[in-house]
Design a protein around this ligand. Structure first.
Ligand code: ZN
Length: 489
């Protein structure tokens, strides 16, 4: 607010605050007053005429931070809320509005009106064009909300609102987050259905096992990341953290790994531990998500907690629990997860049906890893659908196996009798030949000057997308073929 210059505050408009200046029709005196004068202070004449101009919009708007709180009266609201904490606005009125509010605040209230200004992104269409009626590329939020739900729409905005960047909005993106809402809904059903016989008041029957320690440690990290991101106005990072936790950690792993315990296949004590953790983690997860998706989280919170508990919107936001930080458990669990993923990848690449139970051998580098794998063998057996699992230190690789590698650990999946290696090779060769042809055709088209010059941009884009997907397919097929060739039969 240095070197500010004079600024003409009168405007010739119909709307606005009229300028508080009167002229005496008798002696010509110019009267400036905060209350309407009844007579001229010089000649006592009553023939007064108020100036017809109004104050510039930005002059009135500059008073907004304190006039809305009751100024010039010293109201309770003014004392409590001025200066405010945060102003959210667009960069295009930084000078018109933000700077003037600061100027007026410093002049009238002797203090700045806010400490932080968050300059939000502008919403554009998916190609980055400004939305406009004439272009017909506007997205009506109300239509989107009808179609995909308010929560999905809000989450989309938060997910794409990176600082300093515009939001590229498209119905497909909003639809993507509608699937996320569905995912949460399904996870809730599974969670709630498995809590019907859970007695929260019963004392804990057993300590947490590995998946419980792991999910709590992950929840801790998520609480930390969401809180820090919100504090720093990084809404996209906050929404990404909660999205990843819910989708990839809670749904993909924890719910899956917990099924045997929940179905009572391990022990009543383990079932109780799992139920307690599920309720705790699911509740905290809803609270973290609540600022982004207020409706679905409130609905599910009420279902989870019952009517005795307060609404989620007045519950306390989760905080990091020191006791939940378990670096060792996290590492062990991640090793098991990588082994499971590795077996699943081999299954996918070798086109082994998910229902076919495999016999897997695992070679580890030292005793410590052997212990971790053995302790978690039940999880590996269940989640990779194995018939048997053997783990040894420095196991020698045999012939006819597909190999997966996780750090110093090797995973061997014997293929004899499961995969017709020669037939599979022939199939891959044939597919590879076809994709090579597609790839060549598409590249040639894109290299053609005539095509580049004449085709509409979206047609060119479509062809480029096609080329990219051919390239990806080509790489994947090559990788699968290479793997197959590595298998010494
Ligand atoms: Zn006068």
């Amino acid at each position: 607010m240095n070197n500010i210059r004079d600024w003409c505050i009168s405007r010739q408009l119909w709307w606005g605050h009229r300028i508080p200046v009167w002229y005496c029709g008798n002696c010509g005196k110019v009267i400036v007053s905060t209350v309407d004068p009844a007579s001229c202070p010089v000649c006592d004449g009553t023939e007064l005429r108020q100036d017809e101009d109004v104050l510039d919009t930005w002059f009135s708007s500059a008073l907004w931070p304190f006039t809305t709180l009751g100024w010039p009266k010293r109201t309770e609201a003014l004392k409590t809320f001025y200066p405010t904490s945060l102003l959210v606005t667009g960069f295009d009125i930084l000078f018109f509005w933000v700077a003037r509010m600061m100027m007026m605040g410093i002049y009238v209230m002797k203090d700045v009106p806010f400490k932080d200004v968050y300059l939000h992104a502008l919403v554009r269409d998916e190609k980055g064009e400004k939305m406009s009626k004439s272009k017909g590329n506007s997205i009506d939020p109300l239509v989107m909300i009808d179609q995909y739900g308010t929560d999905a729409f809000r989450f989309t905005l938060a997910a794409y609102t990176a600082q300093g960047r515009d939001v590229r909005m498209s119905p497909e993106r909003i639809e993507g987050y509608k699937f996320f809402v569905n995912k949460i809904w399904n996870a809730a059903r599974l969670t709630l259905n498995n809590l019907t016989d859970f007695d929260e008041s019963a004392p804990s029957a057993a300590p947490d096992s590995l998946p419980e320690k792991w999910i709590k440690a992950k929840l801790n990290e998520t609480i930390e990341e969401v809180t820090r991101s919100l504090d720093e106005y990084r809404f996209n990072d906050a929404s990404a953290a909660i999205y990843n936790f819910i989708w990839h950690e809670y749904c993909d792993w924890y719910l899956e790994i917990s099924k045997p315990a929940l179905y009572g296949k391990i022990s009543p004590e383990q079932k109780q531990v799992t139920q307690r953790t599920m309720k705790e983690v699911f509740g905290a997860m809803l609270q973290l998500l609540h600022p982004f998706m207020p409706f679905v989280t409130e609905e599910l919170w009420q279902a989870l907690k019952g009517s005795d508990e307060n609404a989620i919107m007045v519950s306390k936001f989760p905080v990091v629990q020191e006791a939940w930080s378990e670096k060792a458990a996290e590492k062990d669990m991640e090793m098991l997860m990588e082994i499971i993923t590795s077996v699943r990848n081999i299954r996918g690449e070798m086109r082994i049906p998910p229902s076919h139970k495999l016999k897997v051998l695992i070679s580890v580098a030292e005793e410590q890893s052997k212990k971790i794998v053995e302790t978690g063998s039940n999880y590996i057996l269940n989640l990779s659908n194995l018939e048997s699992l053997v783990v040894e230190v420095n196991l020698v690789e045999t012939k006819g196996v597909a190999t997966g590698v996780v750090g110093t650990t090797k995973i061997f999946v014997p293929l004899s009798g499961i995969v017709d290696i020669a037939g599979e090779k022939a199939r891959l060769d044939k597919e590879l030949a076809k994709v090579s042809k597609d790839l060549e055709q598409s590249s040639r088209k894109l290299a053609n000057h005539d095509f580049r010059a004449k085709a509409a941009p979206e047609i060119i884009q479509k062809e480029e997308d096609k080329l990219k997907s051919f390239q990806e397919k080509f790489t994947a097929l090559e990788r699968a073929l290479k793997k197959l060739n590595e298998i010494a039969v």
